[in-house]
Design a protein around this ligand. Sequence first.
Ligand SMILES: Cc1cc2nc3c(=O)[nH]c(=O)nc-3n(C[C@H](O)[C@H](O)[C@H](O)COP(=O)(O)OP(=O)(O)OC[C@H]3O[C@@H](n4cnc5c(N)ncnc54)[C@H](O)[C@@H]3O)c2cc1C
Ligand code: FES
Ligand code: FES
Length: 1340
Amino acid sequence: MNMEKIEDFLPSQRETDLVFFVNGKKVIESSPNPEWTLLWYLRKKLQLTGTKYGCGEGGCGACTVMISQYLEHEKRVNHMAVNACLTPLCAVHGLAITTVEGIGNVQDKLHPVQERIAKAHGSQCGFCTPGIVMSMYALLRNKIKINYDDIETSLQGNLCRCTGYRPIIEGFKTFIEVTEGATENQKTTHCPMGKDCCKFNQNNEDVLFNKSEFQPYCPTQEPIFPPELILNNIYRKSFLFYKGNNVVWIRPQNLKDILILKKEYPCSKIIVGNTEIGVEVKFKNKSYPILISPKLIKEMNNILVKESCIEIGAAVSLKDVEDFLRNQIHESKEKVKVLNAIRDILHWFAGSQIRNVASIGGNIVTASPISDLNPIFMACSANIIISRFDRGVRKLVIDQNFFRGYRNVALDDDEIILAIEIPFTDDMQFFKAYKQARRREDDISIVTAAFNVILDKQNHFVKEAKLCFGGMGPITVCAFKTSETLKNLPWDEDMVNKVFKSLNDELLLSISAPGGMHEYRKSLCLSLFFRFYIYVLNEVKCIGLENNNKDLCGSSELPRLKPKSSQCFEIKVKNKINHNAVGKPIPHMSSMKQATGEAIYCDDVVSVEGELFLCLVFSSESHAKIVSIDFTEALLEPDVVAFFSASNLSKELNKMGPILKDEKIFSDKIVTSRSCVIGAVVAKSEYAARKAKHLVKITYEKLQPVIISIEEAILQGSFYDGYPRKIEKGNVKKALLHSKHVVEGYIRSGAQEHFYLETISAYAMRKEDELEIICTSQNPAEIADTAAKVLGIPNHKVVAKVKRIGGGFGGKETRAAVLAIPVALAAYNLKKPIRAVLDRDEDMQLTGYRHPMLIKYKVAFNDDGKIAAVIYDVYANAGNYMDISCSMLERAIAHVDNCYYIPNIEVNGYLCKTNMPSNTAFRGFGAPKAMLAAETMIRKIADILGKKYEEIVDINIYKEGNLTHFNQKLTYCTLGRCWKECIELSDYWHRKQLVEDFNRSHRWKKRGITMVPTKYGISFHTDLLMQGGALLLVYNDGSVLLTIGGIEMGQGLFTKMIQVASQVLQVDVSKIHISEMATDKVPNSQPTAGSMSSDLYGMAVIDACNTINNRLEPYKTSNPNGRWEEWVFAAYLDRVCLSATGFYAARKIEYNRETNVGDLYEYFTYGVACSEVIIDCLTGDHQVLRTDIVMDVGESLNPAIDIGQIEGAFVQGYGFYTMEEMLFAPTGEVISKGPGAYKIPGFSDIPKEFNVSLLKGAPNPRAVYSSKAIGEPPLFLAASVYYAIKEAIKAARSDAGFDMEFTLDVPATCARIRMACEDHITEQVKPTIMKKGTPWNVVP
Ligand SMILES: Cc1cc2nc3c(=O)[nH]c(=O)nc-3n(C[C@H](O)[C@H](O)[C@H](O)COP(=O)(O)OP(=O)(O)OC[C@H]3O[C@@H](n4cnc5c(N)ncnc54)[C@H](O)[C@@H]3O)c2cc1C
Ligand code: FES
Ligand code: FES
């Protein structure tokens, strides 16, 4: 391709400057590189770091900014939220960009959106906050009166991993109240106190936030759109040509120009939303040298209503299509059935940021087999209008011949799509499209189905039919034979059975077909047709339904409901004085900065001249010998500076690992998983480093076996040395022998990815012979310690700092070292600042997960249901290195009892050594998986005895003074109270009755309701970790700088510590600041983990404050009416030392592993949850209708933070138990490497009613200010959803005549739920799956 010649085909009058506005300021970029994204430009060139990188693939919303554009024909400005990570910089010519920094800041004034998310406690780690703020801001700029649906729709494309969304929704709902009146939340209560609830005696301190403090929102105060962009239409008209080193960007002015370019350069690409091209370039290493934007081409940007169809320009955005179909179609209901199907499906298509830019033509040409629109276009036989320079226009019907192969359509390279024609429908025509995805919102489909039938008006026989499917092969499929079979059949049950049979024969899937879930996908095709059948029956009121209203619920999907919530808590000291701060719901101290984008995270540190970027090279094999590593080609690349590998370190130094040191910093001989780091490329730019990474050639000799799953590890006897670890109590053998019932069972849970929004990053700078490392670690002291050892220098020459991290959840406790240590090594050796940020796919491949676990149990009990004995075999998939799996297993085996007294027990814990990436800590550690075993077992006992689950709980639940299976006596045990209050709070018995009534009258929707208790032990199990240090510096103006050994990751630790300091010093919280954690302020600190940090550092802070108080005592005595500032200044003048350290060492853990005696935990945190769900038996979808939680947090240090932790943990746990599924190929390759394939809960997934109540009057004598640790304990309560789903499945199975014995592994995904709701459909599908070949995926 002769790129030089391209300019010969361009007009001489062309614009080469890129002009746009950012936050009101004009930016002129005279040599824009078409490879730059808007995100890169904002962050790196303009230093506007408020906009965050979370995934780079449009899946998290952290990079959301608002783009505003003047629409000349409508004479108005349109605002839209977009993903800056997918927006090519060249696409913003003539547009105005608003970033989070442009709407408000802490010093001048926050924008109401920023203020409300911060004050409503909607920002924890804050990494998602700027993106969420900008989505909401764009909504308010576009619409004056908003309703709840608007909020939910505009936030579809934003994820938050910390808050559980509820507080964000509550904060933003206040923008609705202006038009919709007061919220229901303040008028009702679910508190067991009934009318005595604090809500009814409300003063302003008893709410989590006070709306009256919010500044009013006034749309007229918003910044104006730059007049220049309205007045100067050159921006909207000119021919653009931007030339980079590898790529050119062209924006022609008319169709002819575009067609000439396409003719001369058939390899050139039309680019519209870049939502496909962007992902292909970033993650699939594709390169497209000529990009052509059709933005000015009228023929491609219009929507026209014609006589028999509507014509939609190929470049029209999906949002504009949706709006047009919603608001501007005035045709009769009969005519618009296809259009309505498109409109409905578009609601579930990606998130709003994607829909704002993605085009309809882009979707067709991409030809993804899981496209949402193509099955519809095929089912309605839409026409596409195609143009080519020398052939003019032709029309092509979208049918089975249009899709030629995987992502390949019948379009020649020099052709473009101008528009698509979508036909109107007839009177007796019925058209529906259904999409099924792992997550209901913002997810690509598993299967999409579009059904089109025309019935005879008289007898309802089928005249025409077309059944089309996405997700059933490499292309969109028309079930041609089945469609033909349907013709001339009456619309009745016989017809359905014929269709089922025919679909089963026609849609073939084998177990190795990409996508997995083979039985499910096929069942879906049949089930969705069944849904359509009922829908049509109901529409035409055919015979068959009147007598069977129970079936009617099968015709629709689960409804969208508005969420509501309540929070019950007590504020003991009701005054406004902020130096009595303990116990008050003070917002997170950084929340304002987080909401304005001013909060600094690791990669926000300002770049300095000469800085280099480091990129890791890691294994592409799961188990292999490294034969050679050749990096010569990489080093030859311009801008590449160095390559580090094992050859840069002696064998002794090339080691790390938190406990065993069994990991190599750089692997050189053998790789044991795809997370093994082999080397690191250092270059002058991120672009160069990433490019060079692919040029490092590594040859391997594959080794066997490759063990990924627990079952395979058991088969191969692949365990870590020293296992099984046993706990034994009582006489199990005897109890088994003497019990009436002995039953076995198991529970299996999968891998959960942390998915913190900020990926692991590091920045290191050598200063003389010292090194400073800024990193995203929950354990900076360990980073500094390992770096010092690797560099061979003493610890006092290495400082590690963490200001805040964008979520950790355990994933940054040990694994942050994987990146930080190579960065430290490179910075020290090259004497240059080094920056490194893992891309999301790298992070998901390298850093491990929550351990998959298999627990087998054998339980003995008698007729009353009382447990006599249990044997548990616990198998955890530890991956290729030990990491802290041994500690995880300790917690697991100490929590297999959950809340139940087991007099005789034997626990055998195994750590499986596999070739999956080393698994690591994750909120709750081993407990949330282990406790499942006890809960599953209790329910099994109930089933076997035919008794109620609650009865079995009552008889076995721990009581005050009981001994656990590790012989710790339970004192201050509030479990019974939590249970009772949760029953009352949730109105449990009454609702259980209603659920049964519902289930009796509905066949295809079922409800389930259940309770789950939890007991979580607070301690690290290891004395060494049970210590905390603090440093308190008081300055002579009275301001206080506090540093603690723990880090802030959104959990509110810094805020709580400031509250504690303010209480002890009796100083207003505004006078106290925590800047960061740094190892040169507090040495030898331990990881911020295990929910223990408030307990440990709280005591250390008290210790430091007491020292200062003692020193100030004389000045207070001599001036009793003085102010803090006066006492401090007087002491300063007197040369009193105003800095103090504080330290706390918890009492020694007296537990003896050998004898299984002594207290293992400081105390326990208790809680109970009740959840009700509804499932769709045809698709496996579910919705949590309501969750009530009663949690004992002692006397809360900060109810807002504690409730935030409960809700956040619950939603994260909900993801674990129901949705989040890490996928691995049998080779060990990670399949789910980003938010596109790995789904964490989104805004619409939270319980539709979410009530949280903190147990009152339950002080904890064992921790700071009678509080309790809270970060991890609530996570298990989300298992209530899993068990409620099981209850609903039981109801479905009972209707279908199947027994109550079924397996439901964790997570209970839609696929597993559907397949557990066995019925006539699943029965006939299962035998048709071809079993030959290697399965597509393996469950680890
Ligand atoms: C986070 C995310 C979520 C997504 N969710 C969904 C989803 O739920 N459902 C779904 O179906 N898809 C989804 N997609 C895929 C994607 O958004 C759609 O396929 C989208 O419609 C592509 O449009 P675009 O304008 O961005 O295409 P681009 O990336 O700009 O182009 C895509 C391809 O189409 C070609 N092309 C575009 N227009 C023309 C034309 N007029 N003539 C010839 N060739 C043309 C381009 O050259 C290119 O090859 C998602 C993508 C992302 C990143
Ligand atoms: S970084 Fe852009 S959507 Fe995630
Ligand atoms: S606050 Fe949303 S990701 Fe942390």
